[in-house]
Design a protein around this ligand. Structure first.
Ligand SMILES: Nc1nc2c(ncn2[C@@H]2O[C@H](COP(=O)(O)OP(=O)(O)OP(=O)(O)O)[C@@H](O)[C@H]2O)c(=O)[nH]1
Ligand SMILES: [Mg+2]
Length: 209
């Protein structure tokens, strides 16, 4: 059996609140948080549902640009899962795009207790330069950047190999290694491994296990 296929329990997660802009965050960011950032349609909401084993938790859509607000979920253990709005939605106006990028930049600059920034990217795409610079920004701010290549079920073996090479190239470009997960919210592949990583990092008693 593949060592990563073991199921590990993930804390019970509930919807907590949504905010439209960072002025509304009040004390929300004093709680340890992990955030999911990525282009529209990269699979953020689907992955959140898969992680928490809760299909309808975050809204998934075939129509890109579904998540416009910052949606905050709270685990029983008391940490936040933050579903960020997707960027790069092709039908968004120039102003909408600019506002979205400002919101995401503001999030990285002001969210106090952000422990991990998950950067999601559809495995069918090449890893973009903007995402690469987001990794560097996170590192400067001492936030742990972790890349998640999503929808891995859509690739055949040789394409999967190409995604791994793509990530090696990206690491060489910035000269610093970072963690990468290859997952499918549809088949569950890699989700257990990711759960394990989150639990180890976010629940103190599990640290160093
Ligand atoms: N085959 C496959 N499809 C997926 C997977 N994850 C997500 N999808 C599909 O991709 C589309 C977008 O998924 P979402 O989870 O809504 O993506 P998002 O990043 O939250 O999108 P926005 O809210 O627009 O930013 C949906 O049609 C999902 O069903 C996956 O692992 N495999
Ligand atoms: Mg979404």
């Amino acid at each position: 059996m593949h060592k990563y296929s073991k199921e590990i329990p993930f804390p019970e997660t509930k919807f907590f609140t949504s905010i439209a802009n960072l002025n509304e965050k009040e004390e929300l960011d004093s709680i340890p948080s992990i955030a999911f950032m990525g282009r529209s349609n990269s699979g953020k909401s689907s992955l959140l549902n898969a992680l928490s084993n809760h299909r309808g938790l975050a809204k998934v859509s075939r129509t890109p640009g579904k998540t416009k607000l910052i949606n905050i979920f709270r685990t029983r253990e008391g940490f936040n899962l933050v579903d960020l709005p997707g960027f790069g939605y092709s039908k968004a106006s120039h102003k909408e795009h600019k506002d979205m990028m400002k919101l995401l930049e503001g999030f990285l600059n002001t969210w106090q207790n952000l422990k991990i920034l998950f950067i999601l990217c559809d495995s069918q795409r090449e890893f973009p330069e903007e995402e690469l610079s987001t990794i560097e920004v996170a590192m400067e701010k001492k936030i742990k950047p972790v890349v998640i290549r999503t929808k891995i079920d859509k690739l055949n073996q040789s394409e999967q190999h190409r995604v791994r090479t793509d990530m090696e190239t990206s690491m060489n470009k910035i000269g610093v290694p970072f963690r990468v997960f290859y997952v499918s919210a549809t088949t569950g592949r890699g989700v257990g491994e990711l759960r394990e990583f989150i639990v180890e990092n976010m629940i103190p008693s599990n640290k160093g296990v």
